[in-house]
Ligand binder design. Sequence first.
Ligand SMILES: Cc1ncc(COP(=O)(O)O)c(C=O)c1O
Length: 450
Amino acid sequence: MTTIDRNELKKLQRREESRFAADHPRSAALYKQAQESLLGGVPMNWMKKWAGAFPIFVQHAKGAHFTDVDGCEYVDLCLGDTGAMTGHSPDVVAEAVARRVREGITLMLPTEDALWVGEDLKRRFGLTYWQFTLTATDANRFSIRIAREITQRPKILVLHYCYHGTVDESFASLRDGVVGPRRGNIGPPANPAETTRVVEFNDLNALEDALKHHDVACVLAEPAMTNVGIVLPEDGYWKSAQELCRRYGSLLIADETHTICAGPGGCTAEWKLEPDMLVFGKAIGSGIPGATYGCSEEVAQRIAGRIHLEDCDVGGIGGTLAGNALSLAAMRATLEHVLTCANFQKMIPLAKRFNAGVAEHIRANGLPWNVIQLGARAEYTFAAKPPRNGGESAAAADFDLERFLHLYALNRGVLLTPFHNMALMCPDTSEADVDLHTKIFGEAARELTC
Ligand SMILES: Cc1ncc(COP(=O)(O)O)c(C=O)c1O
């Protein structure tokens, strides 16, 4: 097995940083100007985390490609961290959205699109009733509220190193087996130990021990972890986990916001899971803000008796723009024409091709890394074997190496997801796009190991 020479890595990083700065003068100038009006020079704080000294500013994006303000063109394998898994601005969605923009954007009243979308979601995921929010974070927050209300239990349970958006309760992690705020947690409203139990993925004993307290309203989990690299469930994990949830009276909420990459009905349909509630955001409207949460007949009955007409607008589940006509028009067009079986049949083989190419270069260069695929998504990890849980996957993270590989790819026209090594395929991604990444990855691997 090859080890990386850290001094060499530093040298290579400096070289790539110089190249990046030389290639992006206009982005550099805009970033400098932005320091005067945007906090940290960016519209959202995590945009500072891109691998170069400044983020590249985008001119336009279409399908699997985009162009920056310096005229550089890119293959986009980040796809807005799944928000643009549909490809950027699919024509059919752009047209539906443009139509709706002219006919009323938000009214606090339903449009027929909501019914179409609800019926489609019911078919895809098998859950009966649906509600809409603007973000997956909100969909998770409202699902948690419902679970707490109907179980009358205070806590939720999440997996170690999960990510479910900016849901306060989910910014919890384990340190020496004890729950506390996750590193970087900004101004936590309460110590998450008061609100949250945390267990490692694929550990049924730990799950049962946590549920045995009978204080867990719901388990909120991605069917496969995707935010700390990809971590797949072991055979039979979800079947047993579902049984444990039922036995101890906790609801299971499947957050399919990323795992929708597994197929049109996400992992829930692919793996025949039976969650009580399900969340799906980001790509549902091709990036037009919108998300959804669904629930079973039983959950619907249990909550119905607890929401009173007079108070239903002040119960903590809401949002003036939630369920607006524009979001629903975008969702309908996306579900009807873009996130279709036919398109998944194009996207999934591309992720397989990505995997095979990367795996071959890992092998050829003797690197102790591996690459994992989940439907249309693939990700490489700096561990010799696929991690079994969030803790193992986080332990394999290598910030310097990751930044180098990201910048190396960016300098050669490929954008990866910034916070780990994820690549996502959209219906417009081509084999040539994938092969470009494979070639670049191979060159980077050779430079790192020679
Ligand atoms: C699995 C999962 N759920 C929910 C969210 C939150 O999505 P949003 O930031 O759009 O609210 C994310 C964001 O990355 C996510 O990865």
